[in-house]
Design a protein around this ligand. Structure first.
Ligand code: MG
Length: 118
């Protein structure tokens, strides 16, 4: 299987309760970290998909992103043993996205899988 799996950071891979600064990444969410570790063992490509990587062209934002990237890479080494690629950009090779905010829709229907929302 080719393509990459996108995994959100805050609230998905790392515990999140409130904003604590660009350099703070929460503790690992164990089941998600184990799943990612398994994917890596299987040779699948996983990228962290996070708005923390979004640059808007301002020096202030650049500084925040640089701090966040360094923190995320250190977090990856600590909890996964490897640095994952970090992106906020979806491309045609993204085959799955794991995210606490995503609502999955049924292909070409506009209908959500969840029956409790419309
Ligand atoms: Mg999230």
């Amino acid at each position: 299987m080719s393509g990459w799996i996108g995994v959100d950071l805050d609230g998905t891979l790392a515990y999140y309760d409130q904003w604590r600064g660009s350099g703070h990444i929460g503790p690992p969410v164990a089941p998600m970290v184990r799943r990612v570790a398994r994917w890596l063992q299987e040779g699948r490509e996983v990228r962290i998909f996070t708005a923390r990587a979004f640059r808007d062209g301002t020096p202030e934002r650049d500084k925040d992103v640089d701090v966040a990237m360094a923190a995320i890479k250190a977090w990856c080494i600590l909890h996964l043993g490897v640095e994952l690629e970090v992106t906020c950009v979806k491309d045609f090779s993204m085959i799955e996205l794991w995210d606490d905010r995503a609502i999955q829709v049924i292909y070409n229907t506009g209908r959500p899988y969840r029956e409790d929302i419309s």
